[in-house]
Design a protein around this ligand. Sequence first.
Ligand code: SAH
Ligand code: SF4
Ligand code: F3S
Length: 457
Amino acid sequence: MTTPTLRPEPKRLFIKTYGCQMNVYDSERMRDVLRPLGYQPVDGPETADLVVLNTCHIREKATEKVYSELGQIKKMKEASGGKMTIAVAGCVAQAEGAEIMRRQPAVDLVLGPQAYHKLPEMVARASRATGDRLETEFETLEKFDALPKQREADGPAAFLSVQEGCDKFCTFCVVPYTRGAELSRPVDDIVVEARSLAAQGVRDISLLGQNVNAWHGAAPKLEGGGEWGLGQLARHLSKIGGIDRIRYTTSHPRDMDDDLIAAHGEVPELMPFLHLPVQSGSDRILKAMNRGHTAEHYLDIMRRMRDARPDMALASDFIVGFPGESDQDFEDTMNLVREVGYAIAYSFKYSPRPGTPAADMFSHVPEEVKDERLQRLQTLLKQQQTEFNASKVGETLPVLVTGKGKMEGQAHGRSPWMQAVHFDAPESLVGQIVDVKIVGSTMSSLTGEYAHVVEAA
Ligand code: SAH
Ligand code: SF4
Ligand code: F3S
């Protein structure tokens, strides 16, 4: 790859991101790798020179959305006289590869999640209409090594990918096939990236991974060597000046070790909010899902978390209508939800994915039963979310100001529990942590009154 040092001709780049936060992070890194070539982000695909769809394969609907979007973009390419380059990246690219170009010939490039560092080279090849247009090899660390070390921060909260891939093979899930084996980035690389973000004013970092709490790595020699887990990494990152808030997502119950739980009691920067998907409250279904934990194991983690940090709030993911799920299995899920009391949770109808073991299981649940269960679950979860938000009314919370609101003098921010907070405050406070007295709440946000700036710890 050559990086031109002379000012390159400006080009317009549009990236549309689907799916999880890993994809959001990857899209940012694609922008980073294309910037030296003159690519500047634009708001829509119509006039773009390069359109990248960063796709998600997790449920059938997510995949189908990509093909309908491609149909629209094809028309724009035709209107541009064929000058537009269309790239499909992400998990659909990894799963379907060349099939995408067969289904939609207007697509110029297909590249899987481990190939983003090769994007400039592939775009150049596409414009010469020669060479490979498909790149779906798994070489995760090579990608991280080859991407620019410096990040361009976009606001005071940022994602930082520390782990990729999954070895868990839950029977419903495509991720192990689209993201490859579990792999952890080395401590030094993570620290360099975190420092670069902090230097640009980032104060709230979300460490990302498909199984982020499976992260492990060799401790730096100065720190005494040995092997670190995510708890130690969090302790280390909390010492970087400017980083006031550390989060991590998404975790797996099987990797929730004692040290990570203990770290929540010791490191004030570790935020009291944990996204720990459980998927089901029925041990029978958890077994068929190959989750490797029981409902009781999950509840035990939750209790220990709340012992370590009493204000700990939990988030989760649920699947309803997994093959063989009975009324009683579903009631077990409802009971688990009642016992935990979630701050927020995401719930989905089971979607059979080609190539996964569950797709071939017997006794698929009828669609109308799935619908009915999803509705009941979501009603309960929405009620809990509304109650959780309401429980903060009257409290004064430290809120990170993330941007200005729609109207003059308005601002929005983020509470320690990831709640969106709206309040009146000058734009000059963006990037600071301020005390906000919460005066109102809805299911999706809080409103408050700005009190004063919180001094850094
Ligand atoms: N690594 C994370 C989440 C991965 S995908 C974890 O282990 O929890 C995000 C969520 O999508 C999952 O938690 C699950 O609830 C949902 N999901 C995954 N595959 C699905 C499928 N086939 N049908 C419906 N929902 C699914
Ligand atoms: Fe998918 Fe399970 Fe891996 Fe999560 S742990 S990414 S749900 S296979
Ligand atoms: Fe979707 Fe891939 Fe993320 S399938 S949820 S974009 S890891």
